[in-house]
Design a protein around this ligand. Structure first.
Ligand code: FES
Ligand SMILES: [Fe+2]
Length: 369
């Protein structure tokens, strides 16, 4: 899995890097994609300022552990290997089972020792790891989402930043025409539902030779780990899952993953197009779509990389419901939650009319995190 490193061409620092204004949030975060972790492989990655070791057993179970062997501290990602369902340490070949316990050694009986396994899930073609501030087990699960379940194209870039800023970007309506050159209409009011947050855009896009095509995009934020966008193009001609996933890898440092999966409505294609082979065509469309997603996302990179987080932003009427989103997001930090379980209606927002209740959002934004 290739990870790109963002190098800003701008001569500017990040005021936020020395003293991060937000801690790591709690929740499920992407550490890669199901298809990238083949049975028998061991991979080291970064997660919340530490290394983690991701391995898949021969029978296909994904496991994620802190890197150091409980025997004498060897790094399990530096030469560790999978043997059946066991992870074998490179130093003395002690072997650890799927529940983390030491099951076998080359000499003597196994000590009472176990790996520091991290809660892990695989859903939507994505591998997720749980993070909490105090090493507590998961307090919520990933939502049910209608996706293809596959991630045929993805791209990762490391840069300065924090997940909250990047999730907030989706509802930062003021920057959409300025940075992305788009002016979507918000069809459904933003709604927070426990650990997820939902809104729907409609976007008219020139797509030659089809002409101007209406895209409907349903966004779901999964905690502060990022966004799933269900995109419907031209009444089902194309249905796509687009993901922007953000994982903290260090203090004010993130890995941003763009991932896509496109499904073509073959029954809507005119002859002879509907006779084209489905898989290669969908793979091509998915790759193009992810390329476009990354290209569009890159316009935000210099902003993410250099910006800081202001706990008391000076918002105006044209901004999105930033304060309301921040109020919802407080549940993912120590001291949260501040929202009661169940649905919470966010202020109405419309780019077309600019009728959002900005007084309420600015008020909420003024609360210190
Ligand atoms: S340090 Fe891992 S087996 Fe000894
Ligand atoms: Fe953006």
């Amino acid at each position: 899995m290739r990870i790109h490193e963002y190098r800003s061409p701008l001569r500017a620092g990040s005021a936020a890097m020395d003293t991060p204004p937000l801690p790591y949030p709690q929740g499920w975060f992407c550490v890669g994609f199901v298809s990238d972790f083949k049975p028998g492989t061991v991979t080291t990655s970064l997660f919340m300022g530490e290394e983690i070791v991701i391995y898949r057993t021969r029978r296909g179970t994904i496991k994620v552990t802190r890197p150091y062997c409980p025997h004498l501290g060897a790094h399990l990602g530096a030469g560790g290997r999978v043997d059946g369902e066991l992870l074998v340490c490179p130093f003395h070949h002690f072997a650890f089972g799927p529940d983390g316990t030491c099951e076998r050694t080359p000499y003597g009986s196994p000590p009472r020792a176990r790996l520091s396994l991290l809660p892990t899930r695989e859903a939507f073609g994505i591998t997720w790891v749980w993070h909490s501030h105090d090493n507590q087990p998961p307090t919520w699960e990933l939502p049910d989402l209608p996706t293809s379940g596959r991630i045929p194209a993805h791209h990762a870039t490391d840069m300065s930043g924090h997940p909250q800023d990047i999730v907030e970007n989706v509802i930062d309506y003021g920057h959409l025409p300025v940075v992305h050159g788009i002016e979507p209409t918000v069809l459904a009011e933003p709604v927070a539902k426990e650990q997820t947050y939902h809104l729907t855009y409609e976007l008219a896009r020139p797509m030659p030779p089809l002409g101007t095509v209406i895209n409907t995009i349903n966004f779901t934020f999964i905690g502060l780990a990022g966004t799933h966008a269900k995109i419907q193009v031209a009444d089902g001609l194309l249905t796509a899952d687009a993901w922007v996933l953000v994982t903290p890898i260090g203090p004010w440092r993130v890995r941003i993953w763009y991932a896509s999966s496109a499904t073509i409505g073959f029954d809507q294609l005119p002859a002879p197009w509907h006779r084209l082979p489905r898989r290669p065509l969908e793979q091509t469309v998915t790759s193009l779509m992810n390329h476009w997603l990354v290209r569009d996302g890159r316009t935000d990179f210099p902003i993410y990389h250099h910006k800081t987080y202001l706990p008391h932003p000076k918002l105006n009427k044209g901004d999105g419901p930033i304060g309301a989103l921040r109020k919802w997001a407080r549940q993912f930090y120590p001291g949260g939650p501040i929202t009661s379980p169940g649905q919470q209606q966010m202020p109405t927002a419309s780019l077309a009319t600019g009728t959002d209740s900005q007084a309420a959002t600015a008020d909420a934004a003024g609360q210190k995190n």
